[in-house]
Design a protein around this ligand. Structure first.
Ligand code: HEC
Length: 108
Protein backbone atom coordinates (compact mmCIF):
# COMPACT_ATOMS: atom_id res chain seq x y z
CA UNK A 1 0.00 0.00 0.00
CA UNK A 2 1.26 3.46 -0.90
CA UNK A 3 0.82 6.15 1.69
CA UNK A 4 0.77 9.79 0.63
CA UNK A 5 4.14 10.27 2.30
CA UNK A 6 5.70 7.47 0.27
CA UNK A 7 4.28 8.90 -2.93
CA UNK A 8 5.64 12.28 -1.96
CA UNK A 9 9.11 10.86 -1.34
CA UNK A 10 9.01 8.93 -4.62
CA UNK A 11 8.00 12.11 -6.44
CA UNK A 12 10.87 14.11 -4.96
CA UNK A 13 13.38 11.37 -5.71
CA UNK A 14 12.22 11.44 -9.32
CA UNK A 15 12.57 15.24 -9.57
CA UNK A 16 15.94 15.15 -7.83
CA UNK A 17 17.27 12.45 -10.16
CA UNK A 18 16.11 14.16 -13.32
CA UNK A 19 17.51 17.55 -12.26
CA UNK A 20 20.76 15.90 -11.28
CA UNK A 21 21.13 14.01 -14.53
CA UNK A 22 20.44 17.16 -16.60
CA UNK A 23 23.18 19.03 -14.71
CA UNK A 24 25.44 16.07 -15.18
CA UNK A 25 24.73 15.83 -18.91
CA UNK A 26 25.73 19.44 -19.44
CA UNK A 27 28.94 19.03 -17.49
CA UNK A 28 29.66 16.04 -19.71
CA UNK A 29 29.13 18.30 -22.74
CA UNK A 30 31.50 20.87 -21.20
CA UNK A 31 34.07 18.10 -20.78
CA UNK A 32 33.53 16.87 -24.31
CA UNK A 33 33.88 20.38 -25.77
CA UNK A 34 37.09 21.11 -23.87
CA UNK A 35 35.67 23.86 -21.61
CA UNK A 36 36.88 22.07 -18.48
CA UNK A 37 40.47 22.27 -19.71
CA UNK A 38 40.35 25.97 -18.80
CA UNK A 39 37.39 26.23 -16.42
CA UNK A 40 36.35 24.65 -13.16
CA UNK A 41 33.03 25.09 -11.41
CA UNK A 42 34.32 26.53 -8.16
CA UNK A 43 37.94 27.52 -8.70
CA UNK A 44 39.88 29.67 -11.13
CA UNK A 45 41.89 27.72 -13.65
CA UNK A 46 42.84 29.60 -16.85
CA UNK A 47 39.38 31.09 -17.11
CA UNK A 48 37.02 32.25 -14.33
CA UNK A 49 35.14 29.71 -12.17
CA UNK A 50 31.74 28.97 -13.74
CA UNK A 51 29.91 29.65 -10.49
CA UNK A 52 31.45 33.13 -10.31
CA UNK A 53 30.38 33.77 -13.91
CA UNK A 54 26.82 32.76 -12.96
CA UNK A 55 26.83 35.21 -10.02
CA UNK A 56 28.27 38.01 -12.15
CA UNK A 57 25.50 37.80 -14.77
CA UNK A 58 22.63 36.90 -12.43
CA UNK A 59 19.45 38.69 -13.49
CA UNK A 60 20.86 40.02 -16.79
CA UNK A 61 18.40 39.18 -19.51
CA UNK A 62 20.85 39.32 -22.41
CA UNK A 63 23.53 37.25 -20.63
CA UNK A 64 22.67 33.98 -22.41
CA UNK A 65 22.92 35.53 -25.87
CA UNK A 66 25.95 37.68 -25.05
CA UNK A 67 27.95 34.91 -23.39
CA UNK A 68 27.16 32.25 -25.97
CA UNK A 69 28.52 34.61 -28.65
CA UNK A 70 31.59 35.22 -26.49
CA UNK A 71 32.11 31.46 -26.16
CA UNK A 72 31.90 31.13 -29.96
CA UNK A 73 34.08 34.14 -30.82
CA UNK A 74 36.43 34.18 -27.81
CA UNK A 75 37.80 37.33 -26.24
CA UNK A 76 39.50 38.82 -23.21
CA UNK A 77 39.39 41.74 -20.82
CA UNK A 78 36.40 40.86 -18.65
CA UNK A 79 38.19 38.57 -16.16
CA UNK A 80 41.80 39.40 -16.98
CA UNK A 81 44.29 39.63 -19.81
CA UNK A 82 44.14 35.97 -20.79
CA UNK A 83 41.87 35.41 -23.79
CA UNK A 84 39.39 32.63 -24.34
CA UNK A 85 39.93 31.16 -27.83
CA UNK A 86 37.14 31.20 -30.41
CA UNK A 87 35.54 27.89 -29.52
CA UNK A 88 33.65 27.77 -32.85
CA UNK A 89 36.97 26.83 -34.46
CA UNK A 90 37.18 23.92 -31.98
CA UNK A 91 33.92 22.26 -33.00
CA UNK A 92 31.49 24.15 -30.75
CA UNK A 93 28.21 25.06 -32.48
CA UNK A 94 25.81 27.87 -31.56
CA UNK A 95 23.44 25.26 -30.10
CA UNK A 96 26.27 23.80 -27.97
CA UNK A 97 27.30 27.27 -26.79
CA UNK A 98 23.73 28.19 -25.80
CA UNK A 99 23.28 24.92 -23.93
CA UNK A 100 26.63 25.27 -22.16
CA UNK A 101 26.07 28.90 -21.15
CA UNK A 102 22.56 28.07 -19.89
CA UNK A 103 24.17 25.39 -17.73
CA UNK A 104 26.88 27.79 -16.50
CA UNK A 105 24.27 30.43 -15.63
CA UNK A 106 22.25 27.85 -13.70
CA UNK A 107 25.17 27.20 -11.32
CA UNK A 108 24.45 29.92 -8.72
C1 HEC B 1 41.94 27.89 -23.65
C2 HEC B 1 41.17 28.14 -22.44
C3 HEC B 1 39.65 28.23 -22.51
C4 HEC B 1 38.75 27.33 -23.06
C5 HEC B 1 39.05 26.03 -23.81
C6 HEC B 1 37.43 27.83 -22.73
N1 HEC B 1 37.51 29.00 -22.04
FE1 HEC B 1 35.96 30.11 -21.36
N2 HEC B 1 37.25 31.55 -20.75
C7 HEC B 1 38.65 31.46 -20.80
C8 HEC B 1 39.21 32.73 -20.33
C9 HEC B 1 40.71 33.05 -20.23
C10 HEC B 1 38.11 33.57 -20.02
C11 HEC B 1 38.15 35.02 -19.53
C12 HEC B 1 37.99 35.95 -20.73
C13 HEC B 1 37.87 37.40 -20.34
O1 HEC B 1 38.46 37.82 -19.34
O2 HEC B 1 37.16 38.16 -21.05
C14 HEC B 1 36.90 32.79 -20.27
C15 HEC B 1 35.61 33.26 -20.06
C16 HEC B 1 34.45 32.51 -20.19
C17 HEC B 1 33.13 32.96 -19.86
C18 HEC B 1 32.77 34.34 -19.31
C19 HEC B 1 32.84 35.36 -20.44
C20 HEC B 1 32.58 36.80 -20.02
O3 HEC B 1 32.69 37.67 -20.89
O4 HEC B 1 32.28 37.05 -18.85
C21 HEC B 1 32.26 31.92 -20.15
C22 HEC B 1 30.75 31.90 -20.00
C23 HEC B 1 33.07 30.84 -20.67
N3 HEC B 1 34.39 31.22 -20.68
C24 HEC B 1 32.56 29.63 -21.08
C25 HEC B 1 33.31 28.66 -21.76
C26 HEC B 1 32.73 27.49 -22.38
C27 HEC B 1 31.26 27.12 -22.35
C28 HEC B 1 33.77 26.80 -22.96
C29 HEC B 1 33.73 25.52 -23.77
C30 HEC B 1 33.03 25.60 -25.04
C31 HEC B 1 34.99 27.56 -22.67
N4 HEC B 1 34.67 28.67 -21.95
C32 HEC B 1 36.26 27.18 -23.10
C33 HEC B 1 39.38 30.38 -21.22
C34 HEC B 1 38.86 29.28 -21.89
Amino acid sequence: MFSTTKLFIAFFMLIFCSVFSVAHADQALANAKGCMACHQIDAKKIGPPFRTVAKQYQGQKDALEKLSNKVLDGGSGVWGQVAMPANRTLGVTKADATKLVAWVLSLK
